[in-house]
Design a protein around this ligand. Structure first.
Ligand code: F3S
Length: 384
C-alpha cells in the first residue's frame, strides 16, 4: 500500500505505540483486501457498546488507548446500551458497562448510544467516506444517504476513529456500488422489514436494486437492517428513490446479473403463525425514529397493553418524548419506552419469547418471532 507521510509517521510509532498498532491494523486489513491506500474518513461509528464481562480484550485495548492519552480524530458515535437494568442477570452480564462508558468518554466518543446515529448525532453527506461498524447503520449510510462505508468490525472501527483513516476497497469504490440484482415487486401490502428479511437471504452479498416503491425513511431503515442481518448486504438501491439510482440504466451500468420477483406470499411467509404465544412485544431495532414512536403512540392512546411491550429508541428521542409528555402517555398504557438495544437486553433472558416487528431483531434474538406492526399491536392487546 502507498502511505502518506502522515500515515508513515504514525505507523513508525512517532505518536506512540498504541496508535502505531492501530495504524498497523488498518494497513494489514488494507493489504488483505488489496487496497491501494488509506483514505481520510469523515466519521466513525462504533458497535462495541455492551459492557459485557466477556469482552475483556476489548476493554483492555480501550484502556491502553486511554492510558496513552489517545482521542478520536473524527466525530465518532456509538451503538445502544445493552439494557443493564432489565433484571439481575443483565446487571451481572453487563457489569462492565460503567467502565466501558468511562473509557469511551475519555476517548472523546459522542455519547449518543444509538444505532440510528444517522438520525441526528452523526449525519453523513453524499459521498462521505466513513468507517462504521453497525451493519444497519452502514446500510442506511450507503443506501439512503449515498455515503461510503464497508461493514467494519468492532476494533477496526476504533482503529479508524483514532487515526482518521480507513483502507480504500469494497463499497468505497465506484465499481462496487453498481446494482447487480433487479428486484421486482408483486406486493399488495408492503412490509419493508419482511422484504428485507427475504432479500438478505436471496441476495446474500450482492447489491439489490428494488423497482420503484415510495418507501418512507423509516421503512428504508427497517428494510435495510433486516437485509443486512439475514445476508451480508451493505448497499441496496431503490429505483427513483435512493440517491445513486435515479433510473435503472444508471444504477446497473449494463444488464442485471439476475432478476428476482418478490411476491406477497414471500413477505407473509416471514410472519409467525401464532403471535399470541409470545410473552413480550418489541418495536425498535434499529432504534425507532421520533416519527415512528408518534405513529405507534396513537395505537396505544386510551388502551392498556396486555403483555410487556417495549418501544426502543435513542436517548435523544426519548428525552424529547419525555419533555413533551408522550412518554407519560405511553407509560399510562403500560408501554415501556426505553433506549437500550433489545437484542442485547433480551439475550440473557432466554425464557422470554419475544414477538417483534423488526426483521433484524427476530433474526438475532433466540426464541423470537416476527410479526408485522399490526400483528405486534394485536399481540399486545391494543388492536383487534
Ligand atoms: Fe440497533 Fe441493537 Fe437492533 S444495535 S439495530 S437495536 S440489534
Amino acid at each position: 500500500m502507498k502511505l502518506t507521510d502522515e500515515q508513515e509517521y504514525i505507523l513508525r510509532g512517532e505518536e506512540g505505540p498504541v496508535l502505531a498498532l492501530a495504524m498497523k491494523t488498518l494497513v494489514s486489513m488494507g493489504e488483505a483486501f488489496s487496497a491501494e491506500r488509506l483514505v481520510a474518513i469523515k466519521s466513525a461509528h462504533l458497535a462495541g457498546s455492551f459492557g459485557s464481562t466477556r469482552f475483556k480484550g476489548y476493554l483492555h485495548i480501550l484502556d491502553q488507548l486511554v492510558a496513552e492519552g489517545v482521542r478520536v480524530r473524527v466525530p465518532t458515535t456509538v451503538n445502544p446500551r445493552p439494557g443493564r437494568a432489565l433484571g439481575l442477570l443483565n446487571r451481572i452480564v453487563f457489569s462492565k458497562q460503567g467502565k466501558l462508558e468511562q473509557l469511551l468518554d475519555a476517548l472523546g466518543v459522542t455519547p449518543n448510544y444509538s444505532c440510528a446515529c444517522y438520525d441526528e448525532a452523526n449525519v453523513p453527506a453524499f459521498g462521505d467516506r466513513l468507517c462504521w461498524s453497525e451493519s444497519s447503520a452502514v446500510q442506511f449510510a450507503n443506501s439512503v444517504l449515498g455515503a461510503r462505508s464497508n461493514r467494519n468490525s468492532v476494533l477496526v472501527d476504533i482503529c479508524a476513529a483514532v487515526t482518521g483513516f480507513t483502507p480504500e476497497f469494497g463499497y468505497l469504490l465506484d465499481e462496487h456500488r453498481r446494482g447487480q440484482v433487479l428486484v421486482k415487486l408483486q406486493v399488495d401490502r408492503m412490509d419493508a422489514s419482511a422484504l428485507g428479511y427475504i432479500l438478505g437471504r436471496r441476495v446474500t452479498t450482492g447489491v439489490p436494486v428494488i423497482e420503484h416503491y415510495d418507501f418512507t425513511r423509516a421503512e428504508l431503515k427497517n428494510l435495510g437492517a433486516a437485509m443486512a442481518a439475514t445476508g451480508a448486504v451493505a448497499l441496496f438501491h431503490v429505483e427513483g428513490l435512493t440517491p445513486e439510482a435515479p433510473d435503472l440504466q444508471t444504477v446497473f451500468d449494463g444488464e442485471p446479473r439476475d432478476i428476482i420477483t418478490m411476491r406477497q406470499e414471500d413477505l407473509d411467509s416471514v410472519r409467525a403463525s401464532q403471535s399470541h404465544k409470545y410473552n413480550a412485544v418489541v418495536f425498535g431495532c434499529p432504534h425507532l425514529f421520533y416519527e415512528e414512536v408518534i405513529d405507534l403512540a396513537e395505537h396505544f392512546s386510551g388502551c392498556r397493553v396486555t403483555k410487556p411491550t417495549y418501544l426502543c429508541t435513542s436517548p435523544t428521542v426519548l428525552q424529547r418524548l419525555q419533555a413533551e409528555g408522550t412518554a407519560d402517555l405511553l407509560h399510562q398504557a403500560g408501554v415501556n419506552i426505553v433506549d437500550f438495544c433489545p437484542v442485547a437486553a433480551f439475550t440473557p433472558k432466554r425464557r422470554t419469547r419475544v414477538l417483534t416487528a423488526s426483521g433484524k431483531c427476530q433474526y438475532y434474538l433466540h426464541n423470537s418471532g416476527y410479526g408485522t406492526v399490526a400483528d405486534s399491536l394485536r399481540a399486545c392487546g391494543v388492536r383487534k
